[in-house]
Design a protein around this ligand. Structure first.
Ligand code: P53
Length: 478
């Protein structure tokens, strides 16, 4: 086993999602997606989800950074940094504008042909997410989003068209981005972005969430089977938002509480990897009287469609405490989540914990024994442009450096099988959570603010040259 540096073929790169950078929301036959009806929020508040487009509201994803028209320039900059791979998503609404069509939209397919060709020209391997918070809005209004079993077929058709069309251009795939965000069903953001679900008064939110997740897990498993049949070389992964949960103290009830919260948030991974529901979640549904539409055929599909690797995002860790009276160790984020005095926070309140990444890589390996891929990691921060146009983002370099150090330890000391590392938002883009442009992650600055003003001009931040060296030295020079 390798005990010196990183593997020679390690996939260094960067990650984005179509809706957060492409813009051109009505160009090339594209339909409206869930991202197109979300306004801009702030560090403390999620974005508003409106019913259709309301005149006078600002929808930052409509133009985003207009990657749709700038992609050749942007990929050239990625190549200059030495990217080995580039993670993006295929906007579902470019391929199936409404979502329930039988035939795909050729102009949309053509766009991604050109985009992938442009990557391959520089030997940049595309890494593609099929569903990254981009559900066709028509599937929400006409079908109720993933409340509806019909969505399985719509997704599978979309996946099959993409697999078939790009079978010689794309090898690395993921099905549903951060499928487990919706475990947090008390708020409105994750159910809408994950599953196209608006909750109504009186809805049993939790039951609806598990149902939607089930349909997505079945859809994912069917897609995996189809993908492998189209090209046996495909590597098809799941994608999980990994926020490790620590106990507040070594009190046994705190330890057990942390374990139960991990189960609640990560059972999705068990289904993707093992092809079946773990007992703890079945027991939980029984106790909560949660009744789901799960057929024996579904269970067969889950078994046959297990993933090849686990893709995950890592930004932060969280801490929980067990409160008295919570006899079943049920999780309520509002009362059970506590701060961590040992780590600092970003301006958006995300707890910065590089060692947590090593912990996470080890936990995933111990639990699932599959190759891993860090497909998001990064530091959302305010940047200041100096009078000469430079951006001195040493705080971002610091964040990434500390995380890469821990990643290397996990590989070199712990023997974790890691395919690659793609920091989030390698070029500034629209924040998923808040819709802000000024929550920046990029190595490349984009001149645009939270209200939509700016020239869209691209420029290199200090982190650009730094990351270029990191890749060149395969992680030796940090
Ligand atoms: P933003 C919450 C917690 C962790 C990751 O997030 C999350 C979210 C949702 O906001 O999302 C992922 O833009 C997601 C990306 C997103 C990125 O993390 O809110 O996969 O689409 O942009 C960063 O700062």
């Amino acid at each position: 086993m390798n005990n010196k540096g990183l593997p020679k073929d390690f996939l260094w790169g960067g990650a984005v999602a179509a809706h957060q950078l492409e813009g051109a929301w009505q160009v090339g036959g594209k339909g409206m997606s869930v991202a197109d009806v979300m306004t801009v929020g702030s560090p403390k508040s999620y974005r508003k989800i409106t019913e259709g487009i309301i005149p006078g509201e600002y929808y930052p994803n409509h133009e985003a950074i207009d990657f749709y028209h700038y992609y050749k320039d942007d990929i050239k900059l990625f190549a200059e940094m030495g990217f080995k791979c580039f993670r993006t998503s295929i906007a579902w609404t470019r391929i199936f504008p409404k979502g329930d069509e039988l035939e795909p939209n050729e102009e949309g397919l053509k766009f991604y042909d050109d985009l992938f060709d442009e990557c391959l020209k520089y030997n940049i391997e595309p890494v593609v997410t099929l569903s990254h918070f981009e559900l066709p809005y028509y599937l929400v209004t006409e079908y109720g989003g993933f409340r509806n079993r019909k969505l399985i077929d719509f997704f599978v058709r979309f996946a099959e068209v993409c697999f078939d069309r790009y079978k010689n251009k794309v090898k690395y795939w993921m099905t549903f981005n951060e499928i487990n965000n919706q475990a947090n069903f008390d708020e409105d953001f994750a159910p809408f972005t994950n599953s196209g679900i608006y909750y109504k008064e009186g809805d049993n939110r939790e039951e609806i969430m598990y149902q939607a997740a089930h349909y997505e897990l079945v859809a994912s498993a069917k897609a995996v089977q189809i993908g492998h049949a189209i090209n046996p070389d495909f590597q098809i992964g799941c994608m999980i938002a990994l926020v490790p949960i620590y106990p507040e103290t070594c009190k046994p009830s705190d330890i057990l509480m942390a374990q139960k919260v991990m189960e609640r948030k990560y059972f999705f991974t068990d289904v993707h990897v093992h092809g079946k529901y773990p007992n703890y979640i079945k027991k939980y549904w029984q106790r909560k009287n949660i009744k789901l539409d799960i057929t024996s055929q579904d269970l067969e599909e889950l078994k046959k469609g297990t993933v090849d690797y686990i893709g995950f995002s890592y930004y932060m860790s969280n801490v929980v405490r067990h409160n008295q009276g919570n006899d079943h160790y049920d999780y309520n984020e509002k009362t059970d989540l506590v701060g961590n005095q040992y780590v600092k926070k970003s301006d958006w309140g995300w707890q910065i914990d590089p060692e947590g990444l090593r912990y996470t890589l080890n936990w995933l390996t111990d639990t699932y024994q599959l190759p891993l891929f860090i497909v998001e990691n990064g530091f959302g921060a305010y940047d200041k442009v100096e009078s000469d146009g430079s951006v001195h983002d040493n705080y971002r370099i610091e964040y990434l450096r500390e995380h890469i150090k821990q990643m290397k330890l996990a590989i070199i000391e712990d023997g974790v099988d890691l395919m690659g590392y793609t920091p989030w938002g390698c070029i500034d883009l629209v924040s998923a959570g808040t819709g802000e442009m000024e929550k920046r992650y990029g190595f490349i600055y984009v001149d645009k603010d939270n209200k939509g003003n700016g020239t869209l001009k691209r420029s290199r931040k200090d982190s650009f040259a730094w990351y270029k060296k990191v890749i060149e030295s395969n992680g030796e020079i940090l």
